[in-house]
Design a protein around this ligand. Sequence first.
Ligand SMILES: [Zn+2]
Length: 288
Amino acid sequence: MAARTRLMRRATARNVREAVRWMSSSEISDSDMRCRPSVSHKGSSSSSSDPGLRSVQWVFLGCPGVGKGTYASRLSRLVSVPHIATGDLVRDELASSGPLSKQLAEIVNQGHLVSDEIIINLLSKRLEDGVNKGESGFILDGFPRTTRQAEILGGVTEIDLVVNLRLREDILLTKCLGRRICSQCGGNFNVASIDIKGENGRPDIIMAPILPPEHCMSKLITRADDTREVVKERLRVYHEMSEPVEEFYRKRGKLLEFELPGGISESWPKLLQALKLNNLGEEQSAAA
Ligand SMILES: [Zn+2]
């Protein structure tokens, strides 16, 4: 199968080393990009008429609070590929006795940032393992965060599609400020109830709160860093970092902008439609 060969060809340790070395060597132009054999497009199966069978090598982008992890994991179940969050890879490696665990522990203990090289090493190992297990693709969450990471990733594997989840900033802020944690069981909830009248013929935006069961209600606390100022700053930093990454994939015709029209129940069917997966979604809900 084309997708399998494609994954195999790319996700090797040697590829990573080469990609990293190549990245560090000099500035790269787009034409250099096209000349590199391992970045060339070959036998892409994404035009397959059955979207359920095509390979999925996707990236999910979206600012904190937008629900990126939720949509990515739902989709990964629907199309039967793993949802790979780089944060999880780092945590898993730290908890294991893997080859990078000691080095990682040192970095994390000293409060340093984990380098691109280590992340991409963990990621390509994970992709290689996936190929060996017969996985037909992946949905990446939390990577790439910078254009340098996007360029390195391009040398390791081929990304078919980048979904950029967006939500109006004022709604995002309200949502972030509505987050609550149960101090007893640790459950995550959201007390924000969003009901905004649509303007200029656009539909209303309704997002129901995610309320806790009754026994948690009196134990809800707000995270110390969920203040208006901190959340605003977090969003500003995110946009500053992610815009070049969005531009990187936009220029390559791979960026799908998706404005969330509301909560999960409104957004999910529309997202499937945008991804041309709506038939698959219907089949699954009919079977459920
Ligand atoms: Zn609780």
